[in-house]
Design a protein around this ligand. Structure first.
Ligand SMILES: *[C@@H]1O[C@H](CO)[C@@H](O)[C@H](O)[C@H]1NC(C)=O
Ligand SMILES: *[C@@H]1O[C@H](CO)[C@@H](O)[C@H](O)[C@H]1NC(C)=O
Ligand SMILES: *[C@@H]1O[C@H](CO)[C@@H](O)[C@H](O)[C@H]1NC(C)=O
Length: 421
């Protein structure tokens, strides 16, 4: 859109300059240099192929839909297509959490966010067809289990399906925070809120003493590594398809302060001694929760674990004045600056969490929904100051926005699994 505006400026400038208004000629020169710079900037982000190939792509072509064998959807390039108009949903979808509705909150680039399309290396990831999806997944329950970033993804799916089918019953399956059934298709989607997957609550020292007390612990959070949080404990016996995530709260010292309110891990009802740090606790929780799901799941269930959603704080973390005011996605080299483990930058936890996830998921029956790398580019797609908080929101995503692409990826995976059976 920025390029469009510059185009008009240049054309108008040309007309006026031809009236031999000399000073405007220099303005024209300046404008065209600016235009060239902004074009070359875009070109380096969106190297080939031409965006037109999106329009030519037929999402109903089964060969295209089921040909993911050799394709890695998590690697690729964001392509800018200023002419692209998304029909998925818009800011009027009531389920969009207020702070994520960037168009309504007047974020300056809100309209441009969905004009970037993910082009995986060597294949296509078209927007999924909501009607086809509803028909294919009749009589199915789909649960999102995790923190607010999974809710962000759930809302995107709801709004897309709601556009295609408006007969919706709002209700909550056991433990769910939000839930809807698309009545015409008997398809239910729900969001089960849980920060750590495992159950946790406040802990304070017992006057009669104990093992933690003898180590001088006074306050903290008790995290039971082998007990799922009640909000989703029933989800595996209800849903046919589950999408899990956890990660953000494991590196959240504002709540789980390592000194004032540390995480204290318990197993089989007893404190783990010596106490272990959060990253070791995460490994234990993942082991226990994956086994729990596999024990409790319905016949034929499909489980996904979504990788960590990257944050884009610059100039400090969220509680230290960090901001995210970019209007364009990052370049590949900028992505490495932000996220390389060796750089130890503000947002480094994204790839750290993934190391834990990949280790735990190896050899399990879970499918990995790898959205991290594609999302790392999108520093432009957070609510930022339009989030309506005291600090910039560089963690959640504007809706419509990039969790739409996560759902395209999820549904592509699902269709591939269905095609294989
Ligand atoms: C966004 O802009 C509209 C139109 O100018 C205005 O009515 C509305 O109050 C603004 N919203 C916010 C959250 O600033
Ligand atoms: C709706 O789908 C569920 C499976 O999720 C099934 O148990 C139930 O019988 C279906 N209801 C109808 C009316 O077909
Ligand atoms: C990385 O940075 C954090 C916070 O800036 C710091 O606490 C930590 O010690 C650093 N880690 C390494 C390995 O340098």
């Amino acid at each position: 859109m920025a390029t469009r505006d510059n185009d008009t400026t240049v054309n108008q400038t040309k007309k006026k300059a031809s009236l031999s208004l000399f000073p405007l000629l220099s303005l024209l020169c300046f404008a065209s240099i600016f235009l060239c710079l902004s074009l070359s900037n875009k070109a380096s982000i969106s190297q080939q192929p031409h965006p037109a190939s999106f329009q030519q792509f037929n999402p109903n072509d089964p060969n295209a839909r089921f040909s993911s064998g050799s394709c890695d959807y998590s690697h690729g390039t964001w392509i800018h297509d200023p002419t692209y108009v998304s029909h998925r949903y818009d800011a009027t979808c009531k389920e969009i959490f207020k702070g994520w509705n960037c168009a309504l909150n007047n974020k300056s680039n809100a309209g441009d966010i969905t004009k970037w399309r993910w082009m995986p290396k060597g294949c296509q990831l078209p927007p999924f067809d909501p009607v086809l999806f509803l028909e294919t997944y009749r009589d199915t329950n789909i649960g999102f289990v995790g923190d607010s970033l999974n809710r962000n993804m759930f809302v995107s799916l709801f709004c897309t399906l709601r556009r295609a089918s408006s007969e919706v019953k709002k209700w909550r399956p056991v433990g769910a925070d939000r839930g809807f059934t698309f009545l015409h298709y008997n398809l239910t989607i729900a969001y089960h809120r849980t920060n750590l997957l495992a159950r946790y609550g406040r802990w304070s020292a017992n006057a009669n003493g104990g093992e933690l007390e003898s180590l001088a612990y006074k306050e903290g959070y008790r995290v039971d590594v082998d007990i799922p949080e009640g909000t989703w404990a029933e989800a595996p016996s209800f849903h046919n398809i589950l999408i899990f995530n956890t990660g953000h709260w494991w590196w959240a010292p504002s709540k789980f302060d390592p000194v004032k309110s540390p995480m204290l891990f318990f197993e089989k009802g007893l404190p783990i001694i010596p106490p272990i740090p959060p990253d070791a606790g995460l490994d234990m929780v993942l082991q226990h929760m994956l086994h729990f799901v596999e024990r409790k799941q319905r016949a034929g269930a499909i489980n996904f674990f979504r990788t960590q959603s990257p944050r884009h704080f610059e100039g400090g973390d969220w509680d230290h004045g960090g901001f995210c005011q970019r209007l364009l996605p990052l370049l590949p080299e900028q992505v490495e600056e932000f996220f390389s483990l060796g750089n130890n930058a503000t947002n480094v936890e994204a790839r750290q969490v993934n190391q834990h996830l990949h280790r735990a998921l190896e050899g399990s029956g879970f499918h990995i929904l790898d959205i991290t790398h594609m999302s790392e580019f999108r520093a432009d797609a957070h609510p930022s100051t339009a989030g309506g908080k005291k600090h910039d929101d560089c963690m959640h995503w504007c809706l419509p926005g990039i969790t739409d692409t996560w759902n395209d990826l999820l549904i592509m995976h699902l269709n591939n699994l269905k095609g294989r059976n």
